[in-house]
Design a protein around this ligand. Sequence first.
Ligand code: GFB
Length: 321
Amino acid sequence: MNNYHNKKIYVAGHTGMVGSAVMRALQKSGYKNLIAVSSGQLDLRRQSDVEDFFEKQKPDVVIVAAAKVGGILANNTYRAEFIYDNLMIEANLIHASYLHKVKKLIFLGSSCIYPKLAPQPLKEEYLLSGYLEYTNEPYAIAKIAGIKLCENYFRQYECNFISAMPTNLYGPNDNFDLQTSHVLPALIRKFHEAKTNNNPSVTIWGTGKPLREFLFVDDLAEAILFMMEKVEASDLYNLGITHLNIGSGKDISISDLAALISDIIGYNGKIEYDTTKPDGTPRKLMDVSRINSLGWKYKTELEEGIKKTYDWFLNNYIQKV
Ligand code: GFB
C-alpha cells in the first residue's frame, strides 16, 4: 500500500468526465496536494510546454485522464485527430514523467484496444491477438501505444507506470452532444427531448443488436485510486500482463439499453433504427476477474447509474429552450 497523501498528484484532463470523477474521488479520500491545468493553459500535444510544466510543478503522481475521446461516429470521422492527439498527449506525459522521476503514473485506455472478434469475455492477454474494429482503429492504436510506452518505460527505466483499460463509461459531466457522444448519454438526451417535445419516435443508430458493457465513472475513479495505492508496475509486468481491465463484467444490447433509458425517462413513443450508422464491434465484454481478485469491484448498477446521470443532465446540461 502506497500512501501518497502528502504527495503532489497531477490529474491530466481534470475537467473531463473521467478527470473530474478522479478529482472528486481524490478529494473524498483526503488527498489535498492536487494539481490540475486546463487545456487552454497547457496544450499537452506540445512536448516542450509539457516538460516546462513538469519542471515547474514536479508532480509525484500523474493520472493520464486527458485524451481526445468520443463515440463511434466521432472516432470514424476524425480519424487522424484521434490517433495524433492521443499519441502526442500520452507520449509527452509519459516521457516527461520519466524525465522528472514521477513515482507513479496511471495511463487510461479503453476496451476498444481488443481485436474485434476476440473471444468474450476479453482477457488482458488477448491484446494484439487479432484485427481491430475499423471505426475506432486510430484511437485503439494510440491507446495500445500508450500501454506499450508504460510497459517499456518500466522495462528500460524501471518506471512505476501502469495502465487501466476501462469499459464504456458514463456519468456526471459526460458529453451529450448527439454527434460526438457515446451511446448512453446520447440516448438520455434523445429520449428526454422526445418526451419534452412529444415526438412520436426516437431514432437510434445501427441495428440495436451490438452488446456493450457499461461502468459508472465514479466507480472507475475508485478503481484508479485503488491501482494508485495498491498496484505496482512490477505486480503487472512480471505476471506477463500490461494492463488491468476495469468494468462491471455485464453487458446489454443497445436495444435493451434504449428500452431501459426510455422507461427511466418515462418516454412512451416508438424506437426506430437508422441502419446507415455503424454498429461497430459486435461485443466487447471484458473479463474483470483480475482486478476483482486484487480487491476492486464495481458498485453502481446500470439502472442506478442511468438515473444519477439523468439527474446530472437535468441539473447541469439541459438546453434551456
Ligand atoms: O457508444 P458508442 O458511440 O461507441 O456506440 P462504441 C455504441 C453502440 O451504440 C454502437 C449504437 O453500435 C452505436 O451504433 N448507438 C445507437 C449509438 N444509438 C446511438 C447514438 O445515438 N449515439 C451513439 N454514439 N451510438 C467506442 C469507440 O465504440 O467506445 C471509442 O469508438 C471508445 O474509441 C468507446 O473505445 C469506449 O462502444 O461502439
